[in-house]
Structures are given as structure tokens and as C-alpha cells.
Design a protein. Structure first.
Length: 175
């Protein structure tokens, strides 16, 4: 089942995020396994499967990165298990600079301030990449899907950096 169809929304990168939780709760009520506790084993199994699918769909649709990756999978481009590397040298240089800055942040006079500044820079990059991604996913140009795939790969690096920043912030805040 297509996640967009399950949630009865258009297949698009742009979704109404305010409606998703409401639809999710409705679908949860309809498919929750407890509702089928007195049913046959087959009904119970089907309820568990449907409920799991609702959970998976909600998780994918609420996240811009997962939603974009899912959209590409619907078009035949599966990025979930790939090991392809990014070839954009400017982006790779930016990643190296961010990693070096993160590694040296504890030596700064205001490490938490520097961390916040780095986080803001990466968030700005993510915002810019999401705007580009939106355009590529709307486009019918021959290479649009490949460009979208490359942006998704970059976004994965950027979100990973945000996770590493959060971990570093936890470490620095303990002192």
C-alpha cells in the first residue's frame, strides 16, 4: 500500500503536517490490535500488520527526508540501502570543515556558543537543501530525480552532523 494513499493525501513532497497526526490517530483507532483481541488469529495478525503499516507510514510522511526518499522509491529509485558516495567536492569540503570545527569545539573559549553557531549554519544548509529538493521532486526534467537523490544524500550527512552536535552538547553541558 502506498503511504500517501493510506493517509488519503496527494503524492507530493509538500504535505499538510497539521493533518497528519489527526489522520494517524484515526487510522490507529481503526487498526489497533486491541480492537481485534476477541477476533480470529487471522484477524489479529492482519490488525498487527495494518497497525504496523500505519506506524511506518506516519513515520515516513512526517519527516521531510524520509518522505523525499519514499517519493523517489515510488519512482523506482531506492536509496535506503545504497552505499553510493557523494561526488560534490564543495559539499565534501564543507562537511570536512564542519567535522573539524566540531572536533575542535571543546578548545574554544565559548564551546556551547560555538556549537550553537555551527548548528545554526547546518540548519541553514538543510533549509536551503530542502528548498532545492522540493523543486527537483516537482520537476519533470530528465535528471531531476538524480539531483533529488544527491540532495537527499547530502541531507543525510547534514542531519547526522546535527545528531553529533547534540551528543557533543550533552557532553559539554555535563561539565
Amino acid at each position: 500500500m502506498n503511504y500517501f494513499e493510506l493517509f488519503n493525501i496527494p503524492v507530493s513532497f509538500d504535505v499538510d503536517l497539521s493533518l497528519l497526526p489527526q489522520t494517524y490517530q484515526q487510522l490507529q483507532r481503526l487498526t489497533h490490535p486491541d480492537k481485534f483481541a476477541s477476533g480470529s488469529e487471522q484477524e489479529k495478525l492482519l490488525a498487527v500488520q495494518q497497525n504496523s503499516q500505519v506506524n511506518d507510514a506516519y513515520s515516513v510522511l512526517k519527516s521531510p527526508l524520509s518522505r523525499a526518499e519514499y517519493l523517489l522509491s515510488l519512482r523506482g529509485i531506492d536509496l535506503k540501502h545504497e552505499q553510493q558516495t557523494i561526488k560534490d567536492s564543495a559539499f565534501l569540503m564543507q562537511q570536512m570543515e564542519w567535522r573539524e570545527e566540531l572536533a575542535d569545539i571543546a578548545q574554544r573559549s565559548d564551546p556551547l556558543g560555538a556549537l550553537s553557531s555551527l548548528e545554526a549554519e547546518i540548519n541553514q544548509s538543510i533549509k536551503s537543501d530542502l528548498t532545492k529538493l522540493r523543486c527537483f521532486l516537482k520537476s519533470t526534467h530528465d535528471m531531476a530525480e538524480q539531483h533529488a537523490a544527491n540532495i537527499i544524500r547530502q541531507l543525510k550527512f547534514s542531519y547526522k552532523m546535527l545528531s553529533e552536535i547534540a551528543l557533543k552538547e550533552d557532553v559539554l553541558s555535563d561539565f
